[in-house]
Design a protein around this ligand. Structure first.
Ligand code: ZN
Length: 58
């Protein structure tokens, strides 16, 4: 399983996700970024910073 915590990119945000693939997490994070942070454009740099921080959990 893969895990990502929004607080690793956006200090103070408590949202986190666990999913089976990086792609699924990216979809969920993109939705969260738009609704919670007003980030409607997910740039390559943002995707890179998210994928850098996705960790594998068992
Ligand atoms: Zn967040």
């Amino acid at each position: 399983m893969k895990s990502f915590a929004c607080g690793d990119v956006v200090p103070g945000c408590a949202a986190s996700w666990v999913s089976t693939t990086d792609d699924e997490i990216l979809v969920l994070v993109a939705q969260h970024a738009a609704t919670a942070h007003g980030i409607t454009t997910v740039t390559d740099e943002l995707v890179a910073s998210i994928t850098d921080r996705i960790v594998t959990v068992s």
